[in-house]
Ligand binder design. Structure first.
Ligand SMILES: C[S@@+](CC[C@H](N)C(=O)[O-])C[C@H]1O[C@@H](n2cnc3c(N)ncnc32)[C@H](O)[C@@H]1O
Length: 280
């Protein structure tokens, strides 16, 4: 069957975004444009949602090509939501596709959409690419809509480095710097620092993946990770020091936190400690 609608083409044996992109080009379907590395990552992380009727929000609809791609990949079983400034995007609404027209930087609009659409398994922000807007949308949809096990994806973070988008290398307020701060939040369990308390981000972000222009957050309810210990056969670390020259002194002194700090942070003292162990 030859058709201009790639989603009506015979499905490939396994869901594949690349197969859709190829069919979409051949049949001249709705336009989409994404960096190639996104597609490789999406092939990896989206497969787990096939057959599970995922609920997906994409901020930035434009020509509707990517919404068509999600429909095709999930065999028409996904519930898809789109947000765009352009009223023309409303035409892409279908049975399982709902489009909201508005501005992702408008907190009232975003909060209204958030309460109307309910839970989401995947959020893709491909809207304005303005770091301030990306942060505001993340704060709204990651915490209020994304389910446990869900993915929050921010595309085209290259704008975090572009002056005309309010970006710049290590400039405060960019989405990349915001995400780096969230790396700190993920580690707050261990920091023992009042300036880095356990927050909602610590409790809900399981993993952050940085790729070229892309940041992906995986949501899961976290707790301070317990240690796993197994087996009871050990080497005698006490005697390593006791048998070295000055060993008894070292064995005694290593109990002092200031000495441990000094040895860890001074390469000369570290080498001295190591030589004592090696002389054993
Ligand atoms: C890069 S295009 C989206 C492309 C589409 N996701 C795809 O992959 O085919 C960005 C879209 O975001 C929309 N947009 C820009 N600023 C926006 C804003 N503040 N709020 C909502 N949509 C916005 C634009 O109108 C445009 O259609």
């Amino acid at each position: 069957m030859v058709t201009s609608d790639p989603s009506l083409a015979p499905p490939a044996s396994a869901p594949s975004l690349r197969s859709f992109i190829q069919r979409n080009s051949e049949f001249g379907g709705r336009k989409l444009r994404k960096f190639a590395n996104y597609i490789d990552l999406y092939e990896r992380i989206f497969s787990q949602f096939v057959g599970r009727r995922p609920r997906i929000l994409e901020i930035g609809v434009q020509h509707g090509g990517s919404l068509r791609m999600w429909q095709d990949y999930f065999r028409g079983e996904a519930e898809i939501f789109g947000i765009d400034l352009l009223p023309e995007c409303k035409r892409f609404e279908e049975d399982n596709v709902q489009i909201f027209i508005g501005d992702q930087s408008d907190s009232k609009f975003i909060s209204d959409v958030s309460s109307r659409i309910g839970s989401l398994d995947i959020v893709i922000d491909d809207g304005s690419h303005v770091p301030r807007h990306q942060i505001a949308s993340f704060e709204q949809f990651f915490y209020n809509n994304l389910t446990e096990g869900g993915y929050y994806i921010v595309e085209d973070c290259n704008t975090s480095y572009w002056h005309h988008y309010g970006g710049g290398l290590k400039r405060k307020g960019t989405f990349i710097e915001f995400s780096k701060d969230l790396c700190d939040a993920v580690n707050a369990w261990h920091a023992g620092n009042k300036k880095l308390p356990v927050t909602n981000a610590t409790r809900w972000i399981k993993r952050i993946t940085f790729e070229s222009s892309l940041v992906v957050f995986e949501k899961q309810l976290m707790e301070a990770p317990p240690h796993i210990s197994s087996g009871n056969e050990e080497i005698d670390t006490q005697d390593i020091f006791a048998d070295a020259s000055y060993g008894h002194l070292l064995k005694y002194l290593r109990g002092f936190a200031p000495l441990r700090y000094a040895v860890r942070n001074n390469q000369f003292l570290w080498n001295l400690m190591r030589k004592n162990i090696e002389k054993k």
